[in-house]
Design a protein around this ligand. Structure first.
Ligand SMILES: Nc1ncnc2c1ncn2[C@@H]1O[C@H](COP(=O)(O)OP(=O)(O)O)[C@@H](O)[C@H]1O
Ligand SMILES: [Mg+2]
Length: 170
């Protein structure tokens, strides 16, 4: 990742220490995201490991509407992933995108066995907060980001309860 330089810092997310947009020194079109976790806090480490696992799974299955996992720096607590070009929808704008976001969440469940339920699996499918949705206004693409919640499940099992050997094979 030495070939990348800082382009901008994203507005603070809810949980991460910082999230940076990096640009390749030579190929300016090549942009990636570096998400930093606070390795001094147990909750934050859980989020870090959860996100790596979900992104690994979805990257392996080539899910087109989430970031792809590029690399992980476990010592420094950094997840490198592809940049989803666009912006989070505004408070009023989200109405227009509600159906497509719901469809994406259902696709995650149906096609990729990845699901996050409200209230520990007892209620209907979770609707993400606005800044975990990215809309590309040029081509209409809608992305889902931020898989740090340990509530995410793969095949019905909470992500941190899945043996790490399952992910090693990717
Ligand atoms: N892969 C990505 N592509 C584009 N923007 C991203 C990406 N990952 C994070 N961001 C930006 O950084 C912000 C914080 O990232 P997020 O993963 O939601 O962190 P947190 O876990 O702290 O909420 C997001 O709201 C978004 O603006
Ligand atoms: Mg977030």
């Amino acid at each position: 990742m030495q070939d990348y330089i800082l382009l901008k810092k994203f507005g603070a997310g809810l949980h991460s220490k910082k999230v940076l947009l990096l640009q390749h020194r030579e190929n300016k079109q090549d942009k990636i995201v570096a998400k930093y976790c606070d390795l001094t806090r147990k909750k934050s480490i859980d989020r870090f490991n959860s996100e790596i696992r979900i992104l690994k799974h979805l990257t392996f299955l080539n899910c087109p509407f989430v970031p792809k996992l590029l690399d992980v720096d476990k010592k420094r607590g950094i997840i490198y992933m592809t940049y989803c070009c666009g912006e989070a929808p505004g408070f009023f704008e989200i109405k227009a995108y509600k159906d497509i976001v719901k469809k994406r969440m259902q696709e995650l469940n149906k096609n990729y066995q990845v699901v996050r339920y409200k209230n520990n699996g007892t209620r209907k499918i979770f609707f993400p907060v606005n800044n975990n949705i990215i809309i590309n206004h040029k081509n209409g693409q809608v992305y889902l980001i931020d898989f740090g919640q340990p509530d995410w499940r793969i095949n019905g099992t909470r992500v941190l309860n899945i043996p790490s050997s399952y992910f090693d094979s990717f």
